[in-house]
Ligand binder design. Structure first.
Ligand code: 5GP
Length: 215
């Protein structure tokens, strides 16, 4: 069984044997997993607990990729990655896409604190011609759904042939819009989460797992 070193927040896989006198600093894989299940982190002024592991996220991403590869076979979609939050989801998802495609990175609304902003800004960064294309919007999370609603309006104005939505996380309890979400990785209750691209006041985007706020 491999030994894993826990040094505060970081974990490193070690190769080779470990001197016995260092043992308090190490733990077995099983106890690491137990530690992970209860792992808590502090980001700015808030505490977060582990919610979805990188492995669970990867499964969800694979499911979305599989469905897209199946449903869009023979088409050349334009993937529209909504920055900033969707960058990690998009990176993992697009590596699993087997279709000819183009990718654009776009930006819409700002989000600060732990409540969804009601102010939705204009879409910036579309470099491709949208008219007549199959567009797939790649979004990190759909909460109230208002950000996505605005995106759909803009893409319809630009005469996309069809627009599909692929969201890693969906909060049905918070959803206030009336469109269908074509591809959903994971449905969650109405909690504030961070990690895997999602931030809290600009922090925590690089975390490989997703954490939930502890009230
Ligand atoms: P909506 O317009 O659907 O309410 O919100 C969409 C945007 O709000 C997402 O793209 C994301 O940036 C942000 N957001 C919504 N819920 C959460 C959350 O639980 N955590 C984080 N970090 N951002 C969220």
């Amino acid at each position: 069984m491999g030994l894993i070193r826990l040094t505060g927040k970081k974990m490193f896989k070690l190769n080779g044997s470990i001197p016995a006198f260092l043992f308090p600093k190490y733990c077995t894989f099983d106890s690491l997993m137990q530690h992970q299940m209860t792992k808590k982190i502090k980001v700015r002024d808030k505490e977060f607990g582990i919610y979805l592991t990188a492995e669970q996220i990867d499964k969800a991403v694979s499911n979305v990729a599989k469905a897209l590869n199946h449903d869009l076979k023979g088409k050349v979609p334009l993937f529209m990655v909504v920055l900033n939050g969707a960058f990690m989801f998009a990176s993992d998802l697009l590596k699993k896409i087997e279709l000819d495609n183009n990718i654009s990175f776009v930006k819409l609304s700002s989000y600060s604190g732990t409540r969804s902003s009601q102010v939705v800004r204009e879409l910036i960064g579309i470099n491709e011609v949208v008219k007549g294309r199959t567009v797939v919007i790649i979004e990190d999370i759909i909460d109230t759904g208002l950000t996505m609603k605005r995106m759909l309006e803009i893409l319809n104005q630009q005469e996309a042939a069809e627009v599909k939505i692929a969201a890693l996380v969906f909060k049905p309890g918070a959803f206030k819009a009336d469109y269908d979400i074509d591809y959903i990785g994971i449905e969650i209750p109405n909690d504030f989460i961070l990690g895997y691209g999602l931030d809290y006041d600009g922090f925590g985007r690089n975390l490989p797992d997703i954490y939930k706020i502890i009230d």
